[in-house]
Design a protein around this ligand. Sequence first.
Ligand code: ATP
Ligand code: MG
Length: 401
Amino acid sequence: MIKPFKDAIPVIEKIEAAGFEAYFVGGAVRDYLLNKQINDVDIATSATPEEIKAIFSHTIDVGIAHGTVMVIWKNHTYEITTFRTESTYVDYRRPEQVFFVRELKEDLKRRDFTINAMAMSKEGHIIDFFYSQDALSKKEIKTVGNANERFQEDALRIMRGIRFVSTLGFQLEEETLKGIINNKHLLSKIAVERITTEFEKLLQGQWCSDALAILLQTKMYNFLPMLASGKEGITKFAKTALFQLDLTEKWVVLLLSIGIKEKQRIESFLRAWKLPVKQMRHIQKIIYWILKREKMASWSNQSLYFATLSIAVSAEKIYQLLWNHEIKPNISILEEQYIKLPITTKDELAISGNDLLLWTNKQAGPWIKEMLLLVETKVVERKIPNDKQLIKEWLRECHQI
Ligand code: ATP
Ligand code: MG
């Protein structure tokens, strides 16, 4: 058995020794059978959360109400979830209440797709009640049970289905695809954060353009934040060579593809997707510099300095991709140019606001920031050397002080 599972075997052994069942479940089993890299190993058990807490000395309550306890074992953490069913779904969302059961099969039955509904014993024996291995070999994404019912229980599964198209390169089984088409409107009932998580996984998948094609085919985009009139833009986006970009850069290309360039509209779009503020600012900066780049033959020292290297590199990559449809391998030129800048941050400037106050006898005010910016620009452009005395002389000569 491979490493992440092997490390967790003693955890399962301990649960079994206490008289309960425990298995590896979910995505890790799927990815193991697909020879893919395994992220986190999830364990399902017949023991209740309280019973698990009595077995292990180091646990964290991460979701007791949903049956999940985190166990810390030899520097690893494992999410251990009690077998459960989710029998009443209100308003097309994940239910508030779950029912713990002692049967593995019941637990596997509530899972979204057959490829995610396998269990594996600590000996590596696969437990497959729903033809999951068959679906894996056919590269098929199929709901466990009736597709309409399963999507109506929890509409997030619609999003998950197409994100697996993107990450696994699988196809949606016919009834599952029909279920998505019939129930896509229910996506508007789902918390945006959960949609965003799945959409970002979709964006990062190797088969992203296939998933976007399904987004268009099923007209699902109509129920995603701010994408309702995005048909043409998404089509354009799907044709872009996205694999060369990181997640933030992909958001930028999506925005530009659907024609959102203006500051206020960018802000509304990103807020609608509830992206973290830091990522929002990053996206906004890249777009700002792409629009500037469109008006420049190449990066001036000043632009490179004020953009910062990572933003400039992202902006340049996207600029090339959108205008030349490929990224030239010359991005490293920007790095060389950046290294040669006289200063790369304001902290490296030989003078400070205090120096300006000393040299002028003026009251502090917004003029300090303005004058520092002027000096910063001149130093970056090599119009004056980054030397305290020489900067002072230059300021005197042009009657700034
Ligand atoms: P990844 O490799 O991206 O983590 P995953 O399949 O492990 O994919 P998780 O969100 O980690 O996805 O969920 C773990 C498991 O829980 C899934 O494999 C599936 O069995 C089950 N699951 C997750 N979300 C749902 C859902 N909305 N409805 C039913 N079962 C779900
Ligand atoms: Mg997972």
